[in-house]
Design a protein. Sequence first.
Length: 391
Amino acid sequence: MFDELRVPPRILLGPGPSIANPRVLKAMTTPMLGYLDADFVEVMNDTVALIRQVYGTQNLLTFPVSGTGTAGMETALTNIIEQGDSVVVGINGYFGGRIADIAERCGAEVTPVHAEWGNIIQPEQIAEACDKVTPKLVAVVHGETSTGVLQPLEQIIDITHENGALFLADCVTSLGGQPVELDARSIDIAYSCTQKCLAGPPGLSPISFSDRAVEVIRNRKTKTQSFYLDATLLAEYWMGDSRKYHHTVSMSLIYALREALRVVIEEGLSPRYQRHERNAKALIAGAEAIGLQPAATKNHRAPMLTTLLIPDGIDDATIRKRLIQDYGIEIGGGLGIFAGKAWRIGLMGDAANEQNVLLVLNAIETLLIEFGASVDTGTAVCAAAAVYQSS
Ligand SMILES: Cc1ncc(COP(=O)(O)O)c(C=O)c1O
């Protein structure tokens, strides 16, 4: 006999999933409808309209891909790239590397533009690469979850368009936590996820293609190699008056996304972005007060994900295990070259609040003192509290 499913309570302050909003979890218990039931089509239409609002776009080809952020990444790349196409990819962390890997699998000739982890990609680097290879697509990660860097986009977008290429932004971590603004910035392709700043469960990837990107897809010489992720076929299910079956979508996840987006819009985009910024500022002040340095360069830190370098002599795994055991708090370990060297603290969606900031700072400080740090008890919380009092 197996017992009824029970999981221990967790305060999810890692790189995602974040703490799901209770209204979203409730929406997931809504009964199933048929995938072409007129009432479900209405739910689909609402969801697409809400995705457009949060992305800041009028793009027609906007829908949630079945699958996590990586499915959105594959959808974007597999629909745009044909064999031999030239693609420039900014790589300043783990996920830029993943874009390059998938682009290569799609048959692209990839020109990587590297920057040190913790730094941004400089616009001049993109300009130089575009001069060399005349790309069809330039791709960068907006919020690099492996390093905590928020990539400035405007100049890179201008350079991309001056060179006649499409611009793709990975917004997996940024959507719902920082402005993405597809139309105002002329971003051609963006994808995201549901489990980070939208405070939903993992499983869908909201994606949007500009009319220019749709034109490129329309003019393909070859079929998109993936049936499941073919945007042209998916458009026949997600939009228009006569819908066609493509695959059985997860009603529960679409209910969840609709509710998650409603919560975002109710809070208001600007207040939500400011909430993320204020809490990240307090977290960093507290962390720095006890000697923990952010890995991302100042002025380019993503508020929803703070990467802290682990002090010498402190064992990464031990601290993270104790955070779970003693406090029920999950934070993330480092990815790639940051494995064992950095912690990743996510303040994403609902989780970006004062209570969590003070809790995680107190917990980390207590453990560091236990493992030999010479820090006065209460230092981190005092520094964070000072930020809250002054802002
Ligand atoms: C910036 C970025 N891109 C892509 C992904 C992949 O998303 P997923 O794990 O939802 O497939 C992640 C996951 O953390 C991410 O942070």
